[in-house]
Design a binder for this molecule. Structure first.
Ligand SMILES: Cc1cc2nc3c(=O)[nH]c(=O)nc-3n(C[C@H](O)[C@H](O)[C@H](O)COP(=O)(O)O)c2cc1C
Length: 222
């Protein structure tokens, strides 16, 4: 099994909670007996370009009609799509920036949302996502507390974006572990938020290990 492990925090690595939580989840999977290879992607270092006029023209030109320049323009997006398609699982760890996803993760989404690559455009104009076989976990860290009942609850423009963008390419039920509040609060609340996140990740790792073990079981002879 291959896991594409993505980090998107711009903090110095040793200070990043999302990076630490992502690593923790993978360790927990391993401790639960899950075997996997990692393809690691740091979108703050391997930054995908913003959508340009050339990109738009190239992506909507049928593959067999593309010029050499168009292939060049699409090369990094093609490579990113391939990495996503080669993975069985995506573990994406990221902080909330200004109530939504980091812009580096947005350019990653722009790179992997490609007609006739990660989704098909049908003759009737409808679309079908092609990544329905992937298991996806988003580990998010937030400075404020956006849980239900909090005054910040209505300001979560992160979860809907991630759900919509991934549903479009076929991932209907991504899972979320949201660590919050990690900044705009007192030390005790921060610590409690990290304990909750670790507990959620422990539980999820155990659940994934059980479901993956079931999938790997050989068929019983009758
Ligand atoms: C540029 C920037 C913008 C931020 N915007 C928000 C925000 O809108 N809402 C929020 O709850 N926290 C916000 N935060 C706080 C981070 O989401 C929080 O500290 C998070 O735990 C950082 O994760 P990390 O340690 O992995 O970098 C912001 C932090 C930075 C650096």
């Amino acid at each position: 099994m291959k896991i594409l492990h993505i980090d998107a925090s711009s903090k110095f690595h040793q200070w990043s909670n999302s990076r630490a939580l992502g690593r923790y989840f993978l360790q927990q999977l391993k401790s639960n007996g899950v075997e996997f290879d990692i393809d690691y992607l740091d979108v703050t270092e391997d930054v995908q370009p913003h959508v340009s006029a050339e990109f738009v023209q190239a992506t909507y030109t049928p593959k067999e009609e593309r010029t050499e320049r168009m292939h060049e323009v699409l090369a990094s997006s093609d490579a990113m799509c391939q990495r996503v398609m080669d993975a069985d699982v995506l573990v994406c760890a990221m902080p909330m920036y200004n109530w939504t996803i980091p812009s580096t993760f947005k350019t990653f989404i722009d790179a992997i949302t490609r007609t006739n690559v990660t989704y098909d455009l049908l003759a009737d104009g409808s679309t079908v996502g092609k990544l329905g076989d992937k298991k996806v976990l988003f580990i998010t860290t937030r400075g404020a507390d956006l849980r239900q009942g909090s005054p910040y609850n209505h300001m979560d423009a992160m979860t809907p974006v991630l759900k919509a963008a991934f549903a479009f390419i076929g991932v209907e039920a991504p899972q979320f572990v949201d660590a919050q509040p990690l900044q705009f609060t007192v030390a005790e609340a921060r610590e409690a938020a990290l304990v909750r996140a670790h507990n959620d990740l422990d539980q999820l790792a155990a659940e994934w290990a059980t479901s993956m073990a079931k999938c790997n079981q050989p068929e019983m002879a009758v």
